[in-house]
Design a protein. Sequence first.
Length: 241
Amino acid sequence: MRVDLAASLRWAARLGLNEGVDNHFSMAVAGDDGVVHGDRFLINPYGWHWSEITASSLVLCDAEGTVLEGDNEVEDTAFYIHSRVHLGCPAATVAMHTHQPQATALTLLEGGRLEMCEQNALMFDERIAYDDEYEGLALSAGEGDRLAQTMGNRSLLMMASHGVMAVGPTVADAFNDLYYLERAAEFQILARSTGGKLRTVSQQVRDLVRQQMSVERPKVAERHFAALKRILDREEPEYRN
């Protein structure tokens, strides 16, 4: 789990999905009973650039913010967002929050939505929740609970004037979603910049693609993330340390 989380942070930095030393990736881990309850999770340490993260630098903390393993601290907004999402969203074994530029740009538009007009976007059909009310820095459990409630059982949260969050059962699934969300947003921003009208996709085709994607998406995620780790193993093997 530590190796996968470190690999995802390194690749997010390579792809420009990071922002300074901010934003956070986390993964819920099993308790003493061997069951994942969401009250213990690994998360990237406060003040570390994602390009320097290693498996051992990740912090293990509990739902009260107590550091259980690691010599580093957890940033306050990281704790309040991720602790509440892990506890409140059933699908959030892994939670990844970024300010990635293309997808975040859509959150700056009044009523901004990812339109279901292109194949990558259709990967997210009926999987995105939208928070249309920016309420400042997430510095309370209440704000974390509000975000978790807004996300509900969806896989992605578009956070107005803020950024995005992807959750999933594995690091590979959540990271794959972040990657393709950024690509879909980039395509739509480019298309809109021409001043032309976006194409429409019929509901019949959307229903078909949604069923197809439910089968293909996990396979794509597994292959994609395995390839990314192979590249890191050749070029930045210290991420495993």
